[in-house]
Write a protein that binds this ligand. Structure first.
Ligand code: FMN
Length: 213
C-alpha cells in the first residue's frame, strides 16, 4: 500500500484519467483495503499492471534532473533482473554528461532526441547465447521502474551502435544493445491508450487459433 500511495502521488502529474483522478483519493490512513492482507496484495498487483498498461515510448523530455535515489533505483532494477543461468551478462553505463549525451544522440540514428534527456543508460552486453533476451528483460525492468516514479524513457537502437564503444571506452567484444534516455516527459503522456492488436488476434485458448477473448 505504501508503495502504491507513493506511486500515485509521484506519477499523478504525468497521467490523465484513472490515475490522476485517484491521486490523493486513497491515503494510507483511510484506505479500507489496508485492513485486509489479501486486498493489499491486489493493490500492489494493480500498481504493477497499471505501470505496464500506461507506459509509452517517451521521446520528449523536460530538462529537470532525475533525483539520485531514482537513478539508483532504475539501475538496481536492471541489476536485479533474472538472466539465463544467472549469467548477468550486462553492463549499465549511466551517462549524465551533456556533451556525452549530445554525442550519443548523434551516433544513434533512431534516437536524435537523446540529448534532451538528463540521463541515458547504455546497456552493453557480454557475448552470451542469451544476451539479447537477458538484456531486453533488464531494459524492460528499468523502463518500468522509471515509469513507476513518473520518469519516461524509450529504447533506442538494437545491437547496431558499435560507434558508442570508443566513446564510452567499452571493450570491442562487448556489444551495445541499446541506449535508454530517461527524463520527465515534456508533455502529459500515458492515457493507457496503446496501439496494439486486440487480444483475440494474439492470444489463444489451449490451442493455436482457439480464441482466448
Ligand atoms: C526492441 C525495441 C527497439 C526500439 N528501438 C527504437 C529506436 O531505435 N528508436 C525509437 O525512437 N524507438 C524505439 N523503440 C520504441 C518503439 O518504437 C515503441 O515502443 C513502439 O512503437 C510502441 O510505442 P509505445 O511504446 O509508445 O506504445 C523500440 C522499441 C523496442 C521494444
Amino acid at each position: 500500500m505504501v508503495v502504491w500511495a507513493t506511486w500515485a502521488t509521484s506519477v499523478g502529474s504525468n497521467f490523465k484519467g484513472k490515475d490522476k483522478s485517484e491521486k490523493g483519493r486513497i491515503s494510507p490512513s483511510t484506505n479500507p483495503l489496508q485492513s485486509n492482507r489479501e486486498s493489499r496484495k491486489a493493490v500492489v498487483f494493480m500498481e504493477t499492471f497499471d505501470a505496464i498498461r500506461t507506459v509509452l515510448a517517451v521521446r520528449r523530455f523536460k530538462d529537470t534532473p532525475i533525483p539520485e535515489p531514482i537513478v539508483r533505483q532504475i539501475v538496481e532494477a536492471g541489476r536485479l533482473t533474472a538472466s539465463g543461468g544467472n549469467s548477468q551478462p550486462w553492463h549499465f553505463i549511466v551517462v549524465r554528461d551533456k556533451e556525452t549525451l549530445r554525442r550519443l544522440g548523434q551516433l544513434a540514428r533512431t534516437g536524435p532526441y537523446i540529448p534532451q534527456a538528463p540521463l541515458a543508460i547504455v546497456v552493453a552486453m557480454d557475448h552470451s547465447p542469451l544476451a539479447n533476451s537477458d538484456g531486453s528483460r533488464a531494459i524492460q525492468d528499468m523502463i518500468l521502474a522509471a515509469w513507476s516514479q513518473g520518469v519516461g524513457s524509450n529504447w533506442v537502437g538494437y545491437n547496431n551502435l558499435p560507434e558508442v564503444n570508443p566513446l564510452l571506452g567499452i571493450p570491442e567484444e562487448v556489444s551495445v544493445l541499446a541506449i535508454l534516455p530517461f527524463g520527465y516527459p515534456a508533455e502529459a503522456v500515458g492515457k493507457g491508450q496503446k496501439k496494439r492488436k486486440p487480444l483475440g488476434e494474439v492470444a489463444y485458448n489451449e490451442r493455436w487459433g482457439e480464441p482466448f477473448a
